[in-house]
Design a protein around this ligand. Structure first.
Ligand SMILES: [Zn+2]
Length: 294
């Protein structure tokens, strides 16, 4: 079956006092699952993280990009997701082979895998000298609430965040996606409670997407007067290259490169984000070493 392309829509409601994002990341999360061989609970945790990152990337402009790091005390170790304003997303998890029994609601136990203590770090490269950095403690481990907390605390923007990944019995991804609703200044109390009520009554994102609901309908469910401003494609993309790996090897220093050359017939460097393997023979390393010396 031809996989539908992932997309993201951005909209406004309440005369511009609410901005909204909705995204489908099914193909992206399935691509990550196959590249990293994640087990279902790990797939859900990584999938929710990259889904949030994709929408946060859509809040950027031009060449800006960001990294979301989830550092919990659960068995997954760390989750890392990169996204940019062009809809390019990548991500990985330290321990992909994590699968836990379902939680009390019969759902994948994301909080159990992430952990309920730790931090979420968001680093934004906005083309300035210093990157922007925001960190918040993990409050739930389910990630949707944690990203909500990040927006409230670090960006002073009250938000509602929904993230979901539905995994099939063969471990493949059925649907993945999410939404972010952000309340901007100027809303009155009755408007805020209407939004809160809609968010509270909304079925899980995965059930809506699984029923075939379009992103526009999903936003309209939450914000009946929403106007969709634009949309973009979301896709997996890794920025690694042989040249970058060469630079990393050189940064190890002469002695370390010399050791590698002596110990290994062939040195293999695997990209954490996409699992692409870059191989270097002794002769190629020797050449690199000579370049470094000159
Ligand atoms: Zn890569």
């Amino acid at each position: 079956m031809e996989q539908e392309k992932d997309r993201l829509i951005r909209g406004m409601a309440f005369d511009g006092k609410v901005r909204a994002f909705a995204v489908r990341t099914t193909a992206l999360v399935e691509e990550l699952r196959t590249r990293h061989d994640t087990y279902p609970t790990a797939t859900a945790a990584l999938g929710r993280t990259v889904t949030a990152a994709a929408m946060m990337g859509a809040m950027l402009k031009g060449d800006e990009k960001l990294t979301v790091q989830v550092k919990g005390d659960g068995p997954l170790g760390q989750i890392v997701a990169d996204a940019n304003a062009k809809g390019e997303v990548r991500g990985y998890v330290y321990e992909p082979h994590v699968h836990l029994p379902s939680n009390s609601q019969g759902k994948l136990d994301v909080a159990g895998a992430v952990g309920t203590t730790g931090f979420i770090h968001v680093t934004k490269d906005l083309g300035l000298k210093e990157p922007y950095r925001g960190s918040v403690p993990i409050i739930s481990g389910e990630l949707g609430e944690d990203i909500t907390y990040y927006f409230a605390l670090s960006e002073q923007t009250p938000s509602a965040v929904g993230l979901g990944v539905l995994v099939d019995t063969d471990n493949s991804v059925i649907v993945a996606g999410g939404f972010i609703i952000q309340l901007l200044p100027g809303l009155d109390d009755s408007e805020i409670s209407a939004i809160e009520q809609a968010v509270g009554q909304m079925p899980p994102v995965t059930s809506l997407l699984d029923q075939g609901m379009e992103l526009e309908e999903m936003l309209r469910w939450l914000l009946p007067d929403v106007k969709v401003m634009d949309e973009m494609e979301i896709k997996f993309k890794c920025s690694c290259s042989r040249e970058r790996v060469e630079r990393t090897l050189l940064s190890l220093g002469e002695q370390e490169l010399q050791n590698l050359m002596e110990e290994e017939e062939e040195t293999e460097v695997v990209c954490d984000f996409c699992r692409e393997a870059y191989k270097f023979t002794r002769d190629e390393l020797k050449e690199l070493l000579e370049q470094a010396k000159s």
